[in-house]
Design a protein around this ligand. Structure first.
Ligand code: GLU
Length: 910
């Protein structure tokens, strides 16, 4: 092999040796490349391929390259160039054939039996025995198939060369053959990407409700520029555009252009997978295999290789070579017997696997048996193969097969994996040492290093890596966000890094969502959660002295009061009308126990669960009494049942209990995290309440959106109950356990979902990671980790516990009210007693015509000593002593005086 290489290099650099080698057995074929001045780089490819062939050649074939740079659109220059090359003994040409010079090329190659291998699209020849071979397949039918498949009735056709016009004609013919009903093709010839962009921009502004479909037949670099301009235009919704590329080189558009977020469809001819790079010549093609070759280059390589293969096919007949020149102007006579005919036959009969797939031609010189994969990238789908066009079977669509992106990240399992993550306690936190070293804001260079971080996700990453067996490093996501789809269809945050293959996996609290699942792969969830509401804890409802009133509401107390009065009045009335209640006293007076005051007293006694000396005897009165007892029984039981709870549990009056509460008020602001699934939840929700909440959030000023959870939580804390944060329940629970313990979760979760580990689409790690997650879940390790980072780090007493020793015991505050009532009652009683005392003294002094002072003294003495002394009688105060009590004694009383009984009363006071 090394000798071959040496030989070829000698031949290449010292062409003068050709004759010598020819004489010593090598069969030389002069071949010419007619290269357009605008594509001079193809000359190098042509040259290099010939060198590579010489290195591997074992058939004694030597291809002698000749070049001619020219303006391929100038037919006069083309004819001169062909003549010149023919005179130099060229047997076959490789070159471009533009429409304006094609007939010149056809006529020269047909006349002089000189095969012309063109890199361009096939055009029909007028000759029965054409000497042209077209390296680009005829695939207009493929394009028509795509248009029919997507049912494009109206679209733009943008082209920049005359070839485009020819293709348009071919398209119309193909549509006619199929009887496909087109409504309109808006044909535009453009100069470059700028002009096409302006054109589309105008149309975009004018047509608001339909998508813009464009069949783009402009140079690859211009098409790339146009697509990128649309991608990055801030005021254009990318999803409204769908580009169908007319050439066969969609993969040459570049990674940026083909990122998901814009609809681009096109065919791809050059696929190195089955080409010579995989054949026995793979050593020679190793370098090509590693570098991406463009379609144009692939076509040149295949054309040169085709010539070499055909040359090998010819019998070792020296007449098959053409080393002597032809005189262009002499005509047919010189050509006769020339080797061109045999060579053309050999070319047509050659089949091989090239960089552009199977290289094989029919009698018209058109490629056959080729396969054109249809590649597509959409708003939500990474570049994927969605179908395949073959001349024989037409376009066959199938489910998208994602084309892995080439890039710095490979699927090599031994490579250190980059794990992207986001700072959010307790999932990922900067360790104290690193915090001291870098501060809270790490620069791009500082953001990597697994030793710098700690938290649930860091532990999870370590366990996963151990289970799956890979080495990894942890890097913070550059824009510090989770990931949302941007206006231009691309993604930011961790999801963006995965789609751009800047990271191999993301281990973070990333919520699994359908939109994300389209652009990245997720494992099974490692944690479950839902959107919840976080508010600042309202200060506890202060226990007040009348807390014992709380078990029953104000309305109930008022109703009880009215019921009490009502019952007493009814009892009084029914007793009045009921004869049973009337009884005759010893003195023949008729009395009724149920005076209004006795009725009130009776009802009060019953209500207080106490007895009373009187009770109704009439049935009507007993009915009243029974229902009142029953009423009080239920009321008192309910009161007692509630009392303990109301006196001992510190109650919080939360202003918000649910999302509905939030939605129907404007006093308390509420917001969510930017670039996260919670925001997306509200943005895309079709539930009326959430739609209303979203409308509020987007219109609120100042903005209610925050850039990270820490900012959201801080806002809740400092807004004194005027800001509620909609956050995932796991984060909510964690925050509520952290000092200063002033936040709380209210209401139930709004939805339910899970966090998963994310990988780029098609990553070989995905299944292994899922297995690892399931293993950790089943073995209880995930639960342990959760406990470690949540419960064990709790800094606040869990709600309802009596950790401070005093919360469940009653304090004086709770019951002070009943003491107040007691004291007030006693004071009132003393005051009333005093008033009675004075009143009676006045009355007595008047009756006995004694001075008020002496009556007062006498009575006071009685009250204090508990007995009369004789001074009383001395003083003329007529008081009788009966044992130790002083009672009304009926007719035996001293006329005109009774110290305790009001003689006007008609019945006994009990
Ligand atoms: N876990 C969320 C996500 O993956 C971020 C937090 C949120 O949106 O509340 O986007």
């Amino acid at each position: 092999m090394r000798n071959c290489v040496l030989l070829s290099y000698i031949l290449y650099f010292f062409p003068g040796l050709v004759l010598f080698k020819t004489a010593s057995g090598l069969r030389t074929f002069n071949i010419s490349a007619l290269i357009d001045t605008r594509s001079v780089e193809l000359r190098t490819e042509f040259n290099m391929e010939i060198k590579r062939i010489q290195i591997s050649d074992r058939a004694g074939i030597y291809l002698q390259p000749k070049y001619r740079e020219l303006d391929i659109t100038d037919s006069f220059e083309v004819s001169n160039a062909i003549c010149e090359q023919l005179e130099n003994g060229v047997l076959a040409f490789v070159g471009m054939s533009k429409v304006c010079a094609l007939s010149t090329i056809q006529s020269y190659s047909d006349t002089f039996h000189s095969p012309f291998i063109t890199l361009n699209m096939p055009q029909n020849s007028t000759s029965d025995d054409p000497y042209q071979l077209y390296m680009r397949p005829h695939y207009i039918d493929g394009i028509v198939d795509v248009i029919v498949h997507y049912d494009w009735k109206e679209f733009f056709y943008m082209y920049d060369t005359d070839e485009g016009l020819v293709r348009l004609q071919q398209l119309f013919q193909a549509f006619n053959v199929r009887e496909y009903e087109l409504i309109d093709i808006n044909v535009k010839r453009v100069e470059d990407a700028v002009e096409s962009f302006e054109l589309l921009k105008q149309t975009y502004g004018a047509i608001k409700d339909t998508d813009l479909r464009v069949l783009l037949d402009i140079a690859t670099d211009q098409a790339r520029k146009l697509i990128m301009s649309i991608r990055t235009a801030p005021d254009m919704i990318n999803n409204r555009f769908h580009f169908l590329l007319a050439d066969l080189d969609i993969n040459d558009m570049g990674e940026e252009t083909l990122k998901s977020g814009l609809n681009v469809t096109g065919f791809q001819l050059n696929a190195t997978k089955d080409g010579p790079a995989q054949s026995k010549d793979r050593d020679i093609y190793a370098t090509i295999n590693n570098t991406k070759i463009t379609l144009e280059k692939a076509l040149v390589l295949d054309a040169v290789r085709l010539i070499h293969k055909a040359a090998k096919k010819l019998k070792s007949d020296r007449h098959d070579q053409r080393l002597t020149g032809l005189n262009c102007r002499v005509g047919d006579a010189t050509v006769r017997g020339s080797p061109g005919k045999n060579f053309m036959r050999a070319l047509r009969n050659t089949t091989y696997n090239g960089f552009t797939g199977t290289v094989q031609f029919d009698d018209r010189g058109f490629r056959k048996k080729f396969k054109l994969p249809l590649i597509q990238t959409t708003m939500t789908m990474e570049r994927a193969k969605v179908g395949e066009y073959t001349r024989e079977k037409g376009l066959k669509h199938h489910d998208p097969v994602v084309v892995p992106r080439p890039g710095p990240k490979t699927n090599d399992v031994n490579e250190t994996k980059i794990v992207t993550t986001v700072l959010d306690p307790p999932y990922v936190m900067i360790k104290t040492d690193a915090l001291k070293e870098h501060g809270p804001y790490m620069s791009t260079e500082e953001r990597c290093g697994k030793h710098k971080f700690e938290g649930f996700c860091i532990d999870l990453a370590a366990r996963i890596a151990e289970y799956v067996n890979f080495t990894y490093d942890i890097c913070l996501v550059k824009d510090l966000t989770y990931g949302t789809r941007l206006e231009n269809g691309t993604w930011n945050g961790m999801i963006g890094e995965l789609t751009r293959r800047e990271a191999d996996l993301a281990i973070a609290p990333i919520t699994i969502s359908s939109a994300r699942e389209r652009v990245v792969d997720f494992t099974k969830p490692f944690m479950s959660l839902g959107i919840s509401i976080m508010i600042k804890k309202p200060s506890n409802a202060k226990a007040h002295v009348f807390s014992f009133m709380d078990p029953l509401s104000y309305e109930i107390w008022m109703c009880i009061l009215f019921a009490y009065v009502g019952v007493s009045v009814v009892l009084f009335l029914v007793s009045r009308f009921s004869p049973t209640e009337w009884h005759v006293e010893d003195d023949s007076s008729i009395t009724n126990d149920f005076t209004i005051s006795n009725s009130l007293w009776y009802s009060l006694g019953a209500f207080m669960q106490q007895g009373c000396d009187i009770s109704p005897k009439a049935i009507s009165g007993r009915v009243v009494g029974s229902v009142w007892w029953f009423f009080t029984l239920i009321i008192i039981s309910s009161y007692t049942a509630n009392l303990a709870a109301f006196l001992t549990v510190e109650r919080m009056n939360t202003p918000i209990e649910s999302a509905e509460d939030l939605a129907k008020q404007t006093n308390i602001q509420y917001g969510v995290l930017n670039s996260g699934t919670t925001k997306d939840f509200f943005k895309y929700s079709k539930v009326a309440i959430y739609e209303r909440m979203w409308a509020y959030m987007t219109s609120a000023t100042p903005s209610v959106f925050v850039n990270n959870n820490t900012a959201g939580i801080a806002r809740v804390r400092r807004s004194n109950g005027k800001y509620a944060y909609l956050v995932e329940s796991t984060m909510n629970e964690y925050t509520n356990m952290r000092k200063p313990c002033d936040t709380m979760k209210v209401g139930t979760n709004l939805d339910s979902k899970g966090y998963g580990i994310a990988t780029p689409v098609g990553s070989p790690l995905r299944d292994k990671l899922t297995l690892a997650v399931l293993h950790l879940r089943e073995s209880g390790e995930l639960q342990q980790l959760k406990k470690r980072w949540w419960d064990d780090r709790s800094e606040c007493p869990s709600p309802g516990t009596a950790s401070d020793g005093g919360q469940t015991a009653l304090t004086l505050n709770n019951v002070a009210g009943i003491f107040y009532i007691l004291i007030s009652g006693l004071t009132l009683a003393i005051l009333i007693a005093g008033c009675e005392f004075i009143y009676k003294s006045v009355v007595d002094s008047k009756k006995s015509k004694t001075s008020f002072g002496s009556v007062l003294r006498c009575k006071a003495r009685l009250s204090f000593r508990g007995s009369f002394d004789k001074d009383a009688s001395d003083a003329g105060v007529p008081i009788r002593k009966t044992m130790s009590t002083y009672t009304y004694t009926g007719p035996t009383q001293l006329p005109g005086f009774d110290p305790y009984v009001d003689t006007n009363n008609t019945h006994t006071q009990v």
